[in-house]
Each structure stands twice: as structure tokens, then as C-alpha cells.
Write a protein that binds this ligand. Structure first.
Ligand code: APR
Ligand code: PHB
Length: 399
């Protein structure tokens, strides 16, 4: 027997879960279908920087308790190059801040809120597929089919939200000729570690170095998150812990030798490739794509999670308008409203990436140009301000 709901959501990442949460607050029913286990989705080590607008949204919608207790509010970042640190002061330049709070905690808080609301989630769903969202006739309802616990299931809904990430099935289910893809793949990746060591700095450090980019980030006062630029297909087996620390020490060192990097046991390590990707439009009939299903940013600037949340904020508002009044104006503009901001965030993520990484096609001229850009960004108030206002999060433009 088919299940019936208003919005069928594919994917229990930040996009799918925040959407379900916002809809629930407006009295709109949804069911979430996720291919992994709850444990897996909650334990995944992902992003950790939350824009102030996203943190405010979480607090306004009842997700602020643990965020306020455990989140670390940061009022700036450091850009380190030429062996010296230069602070970008968000408070002064953009009257803003970000919150360091790991994505897996965000996901955990959302699961708890779902459980408390008695909302339905299918985990470990297999062979997930989406149907009839093209709107052949107004009576044909979109459907999500899958297998769970060995049984075939079907969800009949008014709308499908494709929140199933970059490798999901929703985007590929749209006829290819209906979508336009914009993409850039970078010739490097990040080797990231999670280390049981107190962060060696109060704020994040983005380092430009002749050996390649390095980033010092954190998850909590006890847990450091560090990255180094590497080959996109870097073999992690070639990177014993000592080699990773050696490289981090070299790339983050200051010329005066005063700054110290604290080491600790490495509890997780991995390599991720980097790409910029956008699909247009983000809607096909009664299916809406949101988050990584529709766009990917390189991680420099930490925008992936924030973009996913801003998409579903627009979608939830459009769906609320539809169910309250039958009007589809906002839903019809979903893609346009989101893409306007997404492209600005794409530009920022690309710019941060280009300014801070070594490209194998670059020559000595390009490296001097990068240093000049870093010098400019950290010495001109106008230039620092553009970095600061993008980092803390651009406003949402609804019209
Ligand atoms: N059926 C059901 N669920 C699926 C399927 C499928 N066929 N394919 C993928 N999924 C699930 C994934 O297991 C994952 O839990 O969809 C979810 C997508 O979540 P994310 O990849 O986290 O994407 P999104 O919610 O858009 O959040 C984007 O989170 O992880 C970061 O780098 C990412 O910061 C970005 C943000
Ligand atoms: C992280 O903490 O994982 C992180 C922080 C800042 C970035 C990217 C990743 O720009």
C-alpha cells in the first residue's frame, strides 16, 4: 500500500533534514528517504562553519540549544602568507561572525527534533527512484519508490525535494536536455585530518605557502581539523601521520618561529577532490533540487552546508505559500531566487580557492600575483570588507 504525504524528501543530509524541519513548523507533512543508516549520516565528518544567518535560523526554529552551548563564535579569520599572519576582523568589517559547529551535530540535532515530532524517516533505503514529477497531467502525483527492510515501498506526494547530494538519483532522473551544467574541476584536492589536539589558534588560519595551501580549523576546544593541499588522486597510504604533521608544520610556520602547532592523535583522515558545479534550473515540474544535488563549491570558504540551508529556506517558504493560499509565485521563482545567491557564493568560493592554492599551470608571475592579491586583501579596508561580508554570509534577496 502506498504511503501518502505532502512533500517526499530524498536524502537526510542538511538540505533534506532542514527542509523537513521547516515544513513541519508550518504544519506541512513530509517523509524522508535516506540510503544510509542513521549512524552513518550522523558520524560523517563534514563541514564545520556556520554563517550567522544560518545560525540565527537554527535558533529561531528551535535548534539553538546545543548550538549556543557548544558552538564557538568566531569574529575573524587569519590569512597567513610570507610567514606572517593577517587578521580579517568580521566584527569590524561586516558587523558579523560565524559559528564553529560540526555538521554532524547539526544533523544529530535535526534527527532529535524529527524524532520528537514523530516524523517518519526511512533509513537504508535501497533502489530509490523518483517518478511522475514531470506533471504530465495535473492528477498524476509524483512518487518515490524504494525498498526498505526487504519490502517495496511507494510514497505518493504533491512535490519531491531532491536533497540527495551530488551522487544522488534525483538530478540524473531529470531529462538531460532540461538541465544545463556549469562545472570546473580543480587540479588538486585536500588531505584532511581530525586530531585530538587543542586547536593551535583561536581562529581559523588559511595559509598560502610555496609548498601549497594549508588550513587550520577546529571542531571543539579539544579537536583540531587540519587540511593540506594535495594531488586530487593523492594516495592516503603514502601519508603516515608523521608526514602529515611535518607538512603542516612547514606550511603553517611563521617567520619569527614563535607560533607552535600542537600535535595529537589523528582519529580520521581522508582526501577530497575539489570542484565547482551548478545545474540550472533547480526545478523540473514538481521536483525541486536543493543543496549538493544542485551545486557543489570547493571547500575554501566553507559554504557547502550554508548554501544547502539557504536553498531549503526558499523552498520551504514557497511550499508554505502554496499550501496556505494555492499561490505558486514563490515556488515558480525558487530556482531564480536561489541561483542569484548561489552564483555569488560560487564566485567567492572560486576566488578564495584561486587566491590560496598553487596551480600546476601557474608560473612565478602568477605566484607574485597571488601574493599581491593577499597583500591587497589584508591591507585595503575595501578589499578585506568584501572577504568579510561574503564569509559571514551574504543576505538573502527574495525579489
Ligand atoms: N536515495 C536516498 N538518499 C540518498 C541517495 C539515494 N539514492 N543518494 C544519496 N543519498 C543521501 C546521502 O546518503 C546523504 O545522506 O542524501 C544525503 C545527501 O546529503 P549531503 O551529501 O550532506 O548533501 P546536502 O544535504 O545537500 O548538504 C550539503 O553538506 O555534506 C555537506 O559538503 C556538503 O556541506 C555540503 C552540505
Ligand atoms: C572545516 O572546519 O572543515 C573547514 C573550515 C573552513 C573551510 C573549510 C573547511 O574553509
Amino acid at each position: 500500500m502506498a504511503l501518502r504525504t505532502q512533500v517526499g524528501i530524498v536524502g537526510a543530509g542538511p538540505a533534506g533534514l532542514v527542509l523537513a524541519h521547516l515544513l513541519g513548523r508550518d504544519g506541512i507533512e513530509s517523509i524522508v528517504v535516506e540510503s544510509r543508516s542513521r549512524q552513518y549520516t550522523e558520524d560523517r565528518v563534514r563541514a564545520g562553519v556556520i554563517e550567522q544567518g544560518v545560525a540565527a535560523l537554527m535558533a529561531e526554529t528551535g535548534l539553538g540549544d546545543r548550538l549556543h552551548r557548544e558552538g564557538l563564535v568566531h569574529h575573524g579569520i587569519e590569512l597567513r602568507f610570507g610567514g606572517r599572519g593577517h587578521r580579517i576582523d568580521f566584527q569590524d568589517l561586516a558587523k558579523g561572525s560565524v559559528v564553529i559547529y560540526p555538521q554532524n551535530k547539526v544533523v544529530g540535532d535535526l534527527f532529535d527534533a524529527r524524532a520528537a515530532a514523530g516524523a517518519q524517516t526511512f533509513f537504508e533505503a535501497e533502489d530509490v527512484s523518483v517518478h511522475d514529477f514531470g506533471g504530465a497531467t495535473p492528477e498524476t502525483k509524483p512518487k518515490i519508490r524504494f525498498r526498505a527492510g526487504g519490502e517495496a515501498q511507494e510514497i505518493v506526494c504533491d512535490f519531491i525535494a531532491g536533497c540527495d547530494g551530488f551522487h544522488g538519483i534525483c538530478r540524473p532522473s531529470v531529462p538531460a536536455e532540461a538541465l544545463k551544467v556549469f562545472e570546473r574541476i580543480y587540479p588538486f584536492g585536500w588531505l584532511g585530518i581530525l586530531a585530538e589536539a587543542p586547536p593551535s589558534s583561536d581562529e581559523l588560519i588559511y595559509a598560502y605557502h610555496e609548498r601549497g595551501f594549508a588550513l587550520l580549523s577546529m571542531r571543539s576546544p579539544q579537536l583540531s581539523r587540519l587540511y593540506i593541499q594535495c594531488a586530487p588522486d593523492e594516495d592516503i597510504r603514502q601519508w603516515p601521520d608523521e608526514r602529515i604533521w611535518r607538512e603542516l608544520h612547514a606550511r603553517l610556520a611563521t617567520a619569527d618561529g614563535k607560533w607552535k602547532l600542537t600535535e595529537g592523535p589523528i582519529v580520521q583522515k581522508g582526501v577530497t577532490g575539489m570542484r565547482s558545479f551548478v545545474v540550472e534550473p533547480m526545478q523540473f515540474g514538481r521536483m525541486f533540487l536543493a543543496g549538493d544535488a544542485a551545486h557543489i563549491v570547493p571547500p575554501t570558504g566553507a559554504k557547502g552546508l550554508n548554501l544547502a540551508v539557504t536553498d531549503v529556506r526558499v523552498l520551504a517558504r514557497g511550499l508554505a505559500e502554496f499550501y496556505a493560499s494555492g499561490r505558486q509565485d514563490l515556488l515558480n521563482d525558487y530556482s531564480k531566487i536561489c541561483l542569484r545567491r548561489i552564483w555569488k557564493v560560487q564566485r567567492f568560493s572560486w576566488w578564495m580557492t584561486s587566491m590560496l592554492h598553487l596551480f600546476d599551470t601557474d608560473n612565478a608571475f602568477d605566484q607574485r600575483r597571488q601574493l599581491a592579491e593577499l597583500d591587497y586583501v589584508t591591507s585595503s579596508r575595501a578589499a578585506s570588507q568584501t572577504l568579510a561580508e561574503n564569509y559571514v554570509g551574504l543576505p538573502m534577496e527574495w525579489d
